[in-house]
Design a protein. Structure first.
Length: 228
């Protein structure tokens, strides 16, 4: 029986970018169930949870002042996704977090964020944001023995990039399992859980890129299998 995957979305379900997530779940054998800020943060009836990308998280959740670079902040979405993830964690429900999703996972467990990488990271960094509305690309270094390494089957691989924030202090229970050469966290997981993986990049869009498709497909396959 195909697993039911809860997918957190904005209130605009028809958004083209968000449709990438539902298509990715369907292509890899899952049944998408959209969850919006109008819904309760309940995991009832779900076999897995996909926390998607989107706007920035309100800094009140990690005890920092408002940064002027913040954009598309939705307190309603924060109020949905943080308890939703905490409920999934407590139930050991498979969770896959993408971009904003990895940040929600960390913040929900007491972690903090760099609100603006270029300004707040005390070293020279790669380009992590979009350029001319196209995702940047870079390589990530994957920790040996991690779930991500097991799934991808490589220690170094190329991914896309479209973010100006990143995980700083890790939330409780998480370990870093991939970084870029400039040290930015690109993946983290909770090894005590069945499947709890967050990535800073966008595998739902990588599925549309021939050179990146294999990596992305392996991630969704592993997630759907864990939820089955």
């Amino acid at each position: 029986m195909s697993p039911i995957i809860g997918i957190t979305l904005t209130d605009n379900i028809a958004d083209t970018g968000m449709n990438n997530y539902t298509r990715a779940v369907e292509q890899h054998g899952g049944i998408p169930r959209c969850i919006t800020p109008d819904d309760e943060p309940s995991i009832a009836g779900l076999d897995g949870l996909l926390l998607t990308g989107g706007g920035d998280i309100h800094p009140d959740y990690f005890n920092q002042p408002w940064h002027p670079s913040l954009r598309y902040v939705s307190e309603e979405r924060d109020e949905l996704e943080i308890p939703l993830f905490q409920n999934a964690l407590a139930a050991d429900l498979p969770v896959f977090g993408i971009c904003r999703g990895i940040q929600i996972m960390s913040v929900a467990m007491g972690g903090s964020l760099y609100q603006d990488i270029e300004e707040e990271v005390p070293r020279e960094t790669l380009c992590h944001t979009q350029v001319a509305y196209r995702d940047s690309r870079h390589e990530i270094e994957i920790a040996e023995g991690s779930l991500l390494c097991e799934v991808i089957g490589a220690r170094v691989d190329a991914v896309n990039s479209a973010h100006h924030q990143a995980v700083d202090a890790l939330g409780e229970g998480f370990v870093v399992t991939a970084r870029t050469e400039d040290g930015i966290v690109e993946a983290m997981e909770n090894p005590s859980k069945r499947f709890m993986l967050g990535v800073q990049y966008h595998p739902e869009r990588m599925l549309n890129e021939p050179n990146l498709r294999e990596h992305a497909g392996k991630l969704f396959e592993a997630f759907i299998k864990a939820a089955s």
